[in-house]
Every structure is written in structure tokens, then in C-alpha cells.
Design a binder for this molecule. Structure first.
Ligand SMILES: NC(=O)c1ccc[n+]([C@@H]2O[C@H](COP(=O)([O-])OP(=O)(O)OC[C@H]3O[C@@H](n4cnc5c(N)ncnc54)[C@H](OP(=O)(O)O)[C@@H]3O)[C@@H](O)[C@H]2O)c1
Length: 259
């Protein structure tokens, strides 16, 4: 059995950095995203630089049939011993302005794809008495988020599910860790259609690499949740103290700056 690390959303931002960091650690990789050209470039670069095996798959994770096809054609001699559920996107705007398509594809990518892949790969991890699952949630998981309402709600789901699986799978030697990044410099804001990205929140934006390294260390130690960066840690403490109603008002002020 060939052990491989599967990373979703490897074509940019955090996913690309997870890819490079695991490549440096000589892990063989399977990369998923829609932009195949970017994945192929990464594949060529990493195979040459690190002498590892990299397989790339163009899968639109908002389409359950494409996920099913990916799983069906998946080589039987590969054991996914590490799953990085990173792909995700948000949409900035009033809830009723989301198209029905955006509404459903956000649930598909941020929640259903993560469910599908995790559900599929756990049995093999149990059989092998080893496995690591890293789910990328967000600080958004801790509060309602007016003007990005659905995104915040999907990340609350991811955090809750992952913390439960952390406990369920610990006796089987399977590590499950969730990372809750705050604002991070990636292509996220472009995908989310932010008109302005220069508000208070952006002042505290982190580079992608420290977020990735913090979460990789947390996964290795099987920490249930990691929160990268001092400002996010302070924010987390405040969110625990403040009523959720107040949190929602604060987020609304931040999100309004982006119109
Ligand atoms: N940046 C932030 O401020 C921030 C903060 C907290 C949490 N996060 C979370 O971090 C994760 C990574 O986002 P990022 O910040 O790195 O943003 P990003 O640069 O926009 O990367 C998002 C990745 O997800 C992939 N993706 C999106 N929709 C997909 C689909 N339908 N099918 C397959 N892949 C899809 C994209 O690939 P393709 O477009 O090529 O398909 C891309 O590789 C997300 O889960 C996001 O919610 C980000």
C-alpha cells in the first residue's frame, strides 16, 4: 500500500502552502481543485524538487457526482493516511442576493465534500490503526456573520463535526484537528467578491504560511483545535465572553466596510 496525503483546494492560498510543506517533508501527494493547470504546474515542480509522487485530479467539489467518480476511480493500492479538507469559499453580500446556485454550492464544497471524503477514508484509517484528518474551519465558526451569513454557518458546522470526530476517532489512533484561521492573505477575498479589503480586519491579516505551519503542528500533536496568531487568539477569548448577539453586531460592522 502506498501512503499518500490528500489535499483539497491545493491550487491556491492555504492549500498550496499545505502542498509545498508536505512535499518538503517528502510526503507523496494527491491534489484536488478545479484549476487543473495550476495543479499540473505544482505537480511538475514538486516531483522535480523533492522526488515525491504527486497525483492531480480536477474535481469540482460542489458536484457530488464528480466526488463519487473520483472515489470510484481511486487506485486501490493507495492508503490515504492524511486528509486535508481545505477547499472552501465564502460569499460577501446580503443573504437574499446570493444566487440559489451559490447557496447550494457553498454547502456542497464547505460541508458535503468534507463529509463525503472524511466518511469514505475513515474505514481504511481504522483498519490501518493510523490516520490524520485536518479540517480547515475559520474564526467565523465562533459567531453568526451578517453579510456573510451562510459562510459563517458552514464553518460552525465544520468546527462542531470535527471536534466530535476528534473524540470518536482518538481510540483508533486517528488524529483529527481543526484549524480556525482569521483573515489570511490568499485569494479568498477575490472569490468572496469583497469590494474593499482595507478595513480593521485586514490590518490583522496573516500570511498563509504561519497558518499552515501552526495547523500542521497541531495535527501532529492531535490538538483538537488550533487558532493561529495572537490577534486571533485574543479575538477567540473575546468571542467566548461576549454574547453571540453582540458578536453578530461586531461582525456586521466589519463586513459593512467591505461593500
Ligand atoms: N483566507 C482567509 O481569510 C480564510 C480565513 C478562514 C478560513 N479560510 C478557509 O481556508 C480554506 C482555504 O481558503 P483560502 O483562504 O486558501 O482561499 P483560496 O486561495 O481562494 O483557496 C481556495 C481553494 O479552494 C478550492 N475550491 C474552491 N471551490 C472549489 C470547488 N468547487 N471544487 C474544488 N475546489 C474548490 C480552490 O480551487 P479552484 O478554484 O482551483 O477549484 C482553491 O484551491 C477555505 O476553507 C476557507 O474557508 C480562509
Amino acid at each position: 500500500m502506498r501512503k499518500m496525503t490528500l489535499i483539497t483546494g491545493a491550487s491556491s492560498g492555504l492549500g498550496k502552502d499545505y502542498t509545498i510543506e508536505y512535499a518538503k517533508r517528502k510526503q507523496d501527494l494527491i491534489l484536488i481543485a478545479r484549476r487543473l493547470d495550476r495543479l499540473v504546474l505544482l505537480q511538475e515542480e514538486l516531483q522535480k524538487s523533492y522526488g515525491i509522487n504527486v497525483l492531480v485530479y480536477q474535481v469540482d467539489l460542489s458536484d457530488p457526482k464528480q466526488i463519487e467518480n473520483f472515489i470510484t476511480q481511486f487506485p486501490k493500492d493507495i492508503f490515504i493516511n492524511r486528509l486535508i479538507n481545505n477547499a472552501g469559499f465564502g460569499f460577501h453580500g446580503a443573504f437574499e442576493e446570493y444566487s440559489q446556485e451559490t447557496l447550494s454550492s457553498m454547502v456542497e464544497v464547505n460541508i458535503s465534500a468534507l463529509n463525503h471524503l472524511t466518511h469514505h477514508f475513515i474505514p481504511m484509517m481504522k483498519e490501518n490503526h493510523e490516520g490524520e484528518i485536518l479540517n480547515v474551519a475559520s474564526m467565523a465558526a465562533y459567531t453568526p456573520g451578517p453579510f456573510m451569513a451562510e459562510y459563517y454557518a458552514t464553518k460552525a458546522y465544520v468546527l462542531s463535526l470535527s471536534m466530535a470526530l476528534h473524540e470518536e476517532l482518538k481510540p483508533y489512533g486517528i488524529k483529527v484537528s481543526t484549524v480556525c484561521p482569521g483573515p489570511t492573505k490568499t485569494e479568498f477575498g477575490i472569490a468572496a467578491h469583497y469590494k474593499h479589503q482595507d478595513g480593521i480586519e485586514s490590518t490583522f491579516s496573516m500570511d498563509s504560511l504561519p497558518v499552515v505551519l501552526t495547523s500542521m503542528r497541531a495535527l501532529e500533536k492531535n490538538k483538537s483545535v488550533s487558532i493561529p496568531g495572537v490577534s486571533n487568539k485574543i479575538l477567540h477569548i473575546m468571542m467566548k465572553i461576549l454574547p453571540r448577539k453582540v458578536g453578530a453586531k461586531v461582525v456586521m460592522r466589519i463586513q459593512k466596510q467591505r461593500f
